[in-house]
Design a protein. Structure first.
Length: 337
């Protein structure tokens, strides 16, 4: 089904490509609508061992508006994902395909799970970070900082010590498409929440538009997407990395890690080896811990966000605007549980 080819790439005399035809075939696999081959640009020989030439890109859903915030529940073999403009939280399983999990849902964006397996959600509509308890109750974890209302929490991760880290840009309150238009009370920032004490610390305030974030496997680094000011003619867009420290200096040495092109980084996740798999305008890019681009998965649409899932955490679930994709790779995500 696949063949080796070569194609010129910027900065390289020759870039190996794992290529295939552009056929799109209906699928008989449960929960999968169709499948097609994937073009893999190998920019570093190490990337060749991270992709599966015979693994096809699977379309799981295609009737959404703008998908975001995928989170995998291994204990239920299911994916939850936000369809933000439709104000709904969707559920995908291999057995049942796509269904509505909750609507209205408060215009949810990013999700994660804490170490007890509870769902933690960033809500544009409610302008807060909340946790879904095991008994179904919802606990609002953060809605204000120093008496002022949060903007529109966007993405969230949980560290092994239980602390909750989230981004709070203006995007969700700048229009009525992904929330409700409102005047911001706070500058775009990154926060750390101690859920035990309720203490909320501003850990990075020098962003135009903080977006996706994730920890390295050893939690010594925090990666944060700078997506820039929405509607600006030339927004600052790159991935920043910080050294993770202790109170009161939670983050140090913030610096540019990598600039994604084409497009920009929105959401990303690390694999167990510390490689960063990030959304991009042409699909998914894989970046090593030094910031070097290992390779690209060229997909039919720009990717907004992604997560690892499946039985071995080696299946990438990809949010591509109206469509939800899945692709098996030869790397395992480092998220828990």
């Amino acid at each position: 089904m696949s063949r080796q080819a070569a194609r010129p790439a910027a900065g390289n005399e020759e870039t190996p490509v794992i290529d295939a035809s552009t056929r799109v075939l209906p699928s008989a696999i449960a929960g999968v609508l169709s499948a097609r081959p994937v073009v893999c640009d190998v920019l570093d020989p190490r990337f060749r061992a991270l992709v599966m030439p015979n693994a096809w890109l699977e379309t799981l859903a295609n009737d959404c508006r703008w998908l975001e915030g995928p989170v995998w529940f291994a204990d239920h073999d299911m994916l939850l994902v936000s369809d933000v403009p439709n104000d709904r939280l969707l559920r995908w399983t291999a057995a049942g395909g796509l269904s509505v999990h909750r609507q209205p849902a408060g215009f949810p964006n990013g999700h994660t799970r804490d170490r007890q397996g509870r769902l933690v959600t960033c809500s544009h509509g409610h302008r807060h970070v909340a946790r879904l308890e095991i008994d179904g109750r919802q606990t609002v974890l953060a809605a204000h900082y120093r008496g002022k209302r949060l903007n529109a929490p966007n993405d969230v991760v949980v560290k092994s010590d239980g602390s909750i880290w989230f981004t709070d840009p203006h995007y969700g309150i700048e229009s009525d498409y992904e929330g409700r238009k409102a005047m911001p009370q706070l500058p775009p920032s990154v926060y750390r929440l101690d859920p035990a004490s309720g203490d909320l610390d501003l850990v990075a305030g020098d962003f135009d538009g903080p977006n996706g974030l994730c920890f390295s496997p050893d939690e010594r680094r925090l990666y944060v997407a700078e997506s820039g000011t929405q509607f600006a003619p030339d927004p600052a867009r790159h991935i920043r990395v910080f050294d993770v420290g202790e109170s009161p200096r939670w983050l140090a040495r913030g610096r540019v890690f990598h600039t994604v092109s084409p497009g920009y980084a929105d959401g990303f996740r690390c694999d167990m080896d510390g490689n960063l798999w990030t959304s991009a305008g042409d699909g998914v890019h894989c970046i090593d811990p030094s910031g070097a681009l290992l390779g690209r998965l060229q997909l039919p649409a720009a990717i907004a966000n992604l997560t690892f899932g499946g039985p071995a955490r080696s299946r990438l679930f990809l949010c591509a605007g109206r469509e939800l994709y899945a692709l098996t790779v030869n790397a395992r995500g480092c998220q828990w549980p």
